[in-house]
Ligand binder design. Structure first.
Ligand code: BGC
Ligand code: BGC
Length: 835
């Protein structure tokens, strides 16, 4: 899946960069909220800081406003040039997921270093900006240096959580730091310390556990591994700056919505979601990334309480807070190019990955000049950036190309690192079922390897792998890596057995056993959110494969590739043994190490992993977490070992749709609802609504009052072809609305006869269209319009991937009012208009 950009003929505006519509007013925060004592003071591991502080003060004293503002803006390599760096002297820059030097996916380590060197030299060149402060480069090395071809890819965090092995996690971090340093990069946007509570979230695999205790332990280990011993205040050139992210509550949003709202109490926010910060900052992490999510409706990027009062003032964090990808633009009243609010709230570095960094820079300079932003706040932000630069040795180290690990290409994907990764793969496997102790298998056997994930290194590595979403990769993009199949092949052949690889399970020789490797295909933020946790909802091809093998009398071992616990009860029933491999990364060989015994049948490597997440008993059983009183299928901590004689009987496959509390999907209710934005198009121009009026050429929208304030949109289509659409940059899973009785419903009042078409869209060239007139009566009263989803689905609409749940396009000028727009379920008998 790709993020899908709507474009119209004349203006191909990327809507991804538009902020969501919000017609609600910004709440005035009045009064001072005192910070509860449970937020602790950080126990900094750094001993003496006096020299550093002297240096910071001296540097700051010489800087102009422009030079200071440049330190707090972080552009992205696709939208910033070396010449921009020379001209502005940015404090830092980044490459996003799937962003490479020269836009070349196959850029070599030398090319990565060349860019680092050029950016650095431009930053210390003071000919244009008068500044010679070295810049630093930040990257998402979230499971190894995952944007670089040939790097070691470690299991994603969810797999590491199953190991319960902080010491190994520290080694992984050390190895990652070395590979990153070998490409001239100083800073990593990891670890993610989200404590994920609702596995419908597409970033669940970036989380070690639903249990804050594991996340806390690991945060300490990872930060220590990434930064090294920081007690003397120095990060050496074998290590990198780490970032604990995303502060705070990203794993606890309502329904697991990406960038959603966390409704935890403050105590829960601390006890559950903040533990990674407590431990990561006690280990000395020098930066914190602000989260896209909100807490009780307030975007964290704009939360002075959390960023300043809690994190800095109460906890005493003295590093810097970096924003997330234009996250500042989502604060009410802000846009990507203008947002003093974020700095005022306590953000120190704006992640400004689009060309909007330029007006953002200009606006910030003007806002400091006018006094809207106090100089003291700017100075504080800049001091934090400089402090970290001093600690990481930027003023003392040679340039990126000349540092100790730079250019040593043997560091990238080094054997020693791959060995660590393979050990992690072995330790992360969790065995859910092993009837008749079929595992471990004797290697001298005839083995059939089936399933589309068996020989697919991209799939076994998941999102954030070379590309942002992890899609579009070939095995050849992973030099030095092994697929799960190759590991099996090597093991079995070495023992004198035979292996046949066949995705669809067809074989030439009747096998002794089939190992079927299947599971989720890669996704990352946004794209990975699902409405419920049923595996292969509506299309159970893998179940069919398992059943057909079993029907032929072949014992079946399932190896499940997944970024989260999913409801796989039917697949479990169709397997003799079932092992969850999570997203193991580049060292697929670790799976065979454990699945196969030594030649004499004794255990080669133990089956070690234990669930760090509760496993759901039902597609709709979410959230489900340790200690919440629910009965998961397999509890937190479950995992069979070799030698256990537990047999898992046939499990009940009945789905309890009563548990489906997903409810209605709201599009507009007093304001446009997340994740949608409202986009208006007229005569080739389009705009996204983010206040209570919007005009585009002949199209005018304003909010109006009906039952309560601003609960209605008044839409004036001045011309044929004018349209409005509710749009999500990521596909939304609306399969729940595929059943009889599901409908798109809204209240509607027409002020003049209308000729409006209603469409729903599921990506490029995928849409269904109806005439609104078929569903309304011709009078001017308010009426409830109920459009059966079946009328759209019968046109081939793919409900699994909806980008536009409602678009309305005029056939002639008209004015109407609309309110309470939702997808809903009714008991009524719904029929489609005859054609
Ligand atoms: C993600 C962060 C990431 C950043 C830079 C954001 O969208 O939420 O985790 O570090 O992009 O790629
Ligand atoms: C970019 C990625 C980036 C991500 C962060 C995407 O639009 O292509 O590079 O990491 O946004 O959200």
């Amino acid at each position: 899946m790709k993020s899908f950009t709507l474009s119209v003929a004349a203006a191909a505006v990327s809507l991804f960069t538009l902020t969501a519509c919000s017609t609600s007013q910004t709440k005035e925060v009045t009064g001072h909220k005192s910070v509860p004592d449970f937020w602790p003071e950080i126990q900094s591991p750094i001993n003496d800081q006096q020299e550093v502080e002297k240096k910071v003060t001296a540097l700051l004293a010489q800087m102009t406003i422009e030079q200071k503002v440049a330190q707090i803006i972080q552009p992205e390599i696709r939208d910033v040039t070396v010449e921009d760096m020379r001209r502005y002297g940015f404090g830092s820059y980044l490459n996003g997921g799937g962003s490479f030097p020269g836009a070349n996916k196959h850029a070599t380590p030398k090319e990565w270093i060349a860019l680092a060197e050029a950016m650095y030299q431009a930053s210390v060149d003071d000919s244009l900006d008068g500044s010679n402060i070295p810049t630093m480069w930040g990257t998402d090395a979230v499971h190894g240096h995952n944007n670089v071809i040939g790097a070691t890819l470690f299991p994603h965090n969810i797999g590491l959580g199953a190991m319960r092995d902080p010491a190994l996690v520290e080694k992984i971090a050390t190895a990652t730091a070395r590979e990153v340093r070998a490409t001239g990069i100083d800073w990593i946007f990891a670890p993610t310390v989200a404590v994920v509570r609702d596995d419908r979230w597409g970033r669940t695999y970036e989380s070690y556990s639903e249990d804050p205790a594991i996340v806390g332990d690991y945060a300490r280990a990872i930060v220590t591994g990434l930064q090294g011993d920081i007690s003397d205040g120095n990060i050496d050139d074998q290590h990198v700056i780490s970032t604990v992210k995303h502060f705070v509550g990203d794993g606890g949003t309502n329904k697991g919505d990406d960038q959603g709202d966390n409704l935890a109490s403050e105590k829960e926010l601390f006890d559950i979601h903040a533990q990674g910060y407590v431990h990561g900052l006690n280990a000395g992490s020098q930066s914190v990334m602000a989260s896209f999510n909100s807490w009780h409706g307030e975007k964290i990027h704009g939360s002075k309480y959390l960023l300043t009062d809690v994190l800095k003032d109460k906890m005493g964090f003295d590093g810097f807070v970096v924003g997330d990808w234009n996250g500042h633009g989502q604060i009410p009243g802000c846009s990507n190019d203008n947002c003093p609010q974020a700095l005022l709230a306590g953000l120190d570095v704006y992640m400004a990955p689009t060309p909007t960094w330029k007006p953002l820079f200009e606006n910030l300079v003007a806002q400091v000049q006018s006094g809207e932003i106090p100089m003291a706040r700017l100075d504080d932000a800049v001091s934090r950036v400089l402090r970290v630069k001093i600690r990481v040795g930027l003023f003392d180290l040679p340039s990126p190309a000349n540092r100790s690990l730079s250019g040593d290409t043997s560091v990238i994907g080094a054997k020693a690192h791959r060995d660590i990764a393979r050990e992690a793969v072995r330790k992360s496997l969790v065995m859910l079922k092993n009837n008749q102790q079929i595992l471990p298998l004797k290697p001298a056997a005839r083995v059939l390897v089936a399933g589309d994930a068996a020989h697919n290194i991209g799939q076994q590595s998941g999102g954030w792998t070379i590309t942002w979403q992890g899609t579009g990769n070939q095995n050849s993009d992973f030099p030095g890596a092994t697929s799960i199949y190759s590991g099996i092949e090597q093991t079995v052949r070495a023992a004198g057995g035979s292996v046949e690889l066949s995705e669809n399970g067809q074989y030439t020789t009747q096998p002794d056993v089939a190992i079927v490797v299947f599971g989720e295909t890669p996704y990352a933020e946004g794209n990975g959110d699902i409405a419920n946790v049923e595996y292969q909802r509506g299309a159970k091809q893998d179940l069919a494969l398992l059943k057909s093998l079993k029907a032929q009398g072949i014992p079946v071992v399932s190896v499940f590739i997944t970024g989260r616990p999913l409801w796989i009860t039917p697949e479990l029933n169709a397997s003799d043994a079932f092992v969850v491999a999570w997203l193991p990364g580049s060292e697929g060989g670790g799976v065979a190490d454990v699945l196969f015994s030594k030649a004499d049948g004794t255990v080669n490597y133990p089956m070690h992993g234990k669930l760090s997440f509760s496993w759901p008993a039902d597609p709709y059983q979410n959230p489900v977490n340790k200690g919440d009183g629910k009965q998961p299928l397999f509890p937190y901590g479950y995992g069979l070992a070799y030698g256990d004689t537990t047999s898992v009987g046939m499990l009940d496959e009945t789905v309890n749709s009563q548990l489906n509390s997903a409810g209605d999907v709201l599009l507009f209710q007093q304001s446009v609802q997340q994740p949608w934005s409202l986009v208006a198009t007229s005569n080739g121009s389009q705009k996204s609504m983010n206040s209570n009026t919007l005009s585009v050429n002949t199209l005018n929208i304003r909010t109006a009052d009906r039952l309560v304030q601003e609960d209605t949109l008044q839409i004036d289509f001045g011309n044929a072809g004018d349209s409005i659409r509710f749009f999500s940059p990521f596909p939304e899973d609306l399969l729940d609305f595929g059943s009889a009785g599901s409908a798109l419903a809204f209240d509607f009042q027409q002020q003049s006869p209308s000729d409006i078409s209603v469409t729903m869209e599921c990506g490029e060239g995928c849409k269904a269209k109806l005439k609104l007139n078929d569903f309304i009566t011709g009078n001017a009263d308010w009426q409830k319009v109920v459009i059966p989803m079946s009328c759209l689905v019968e046109q081939g609409l793919n409900l699994r991937e909806i980008y536009v749940p409602l678009a309305m396009t005029s056939g002639a000028p008209t004015t109407f009012r609309i309110s309470d727009i939702r997808l809903t379920h009714t008991d009524a008998e719904l029929t489609c208009p005859a054609h």
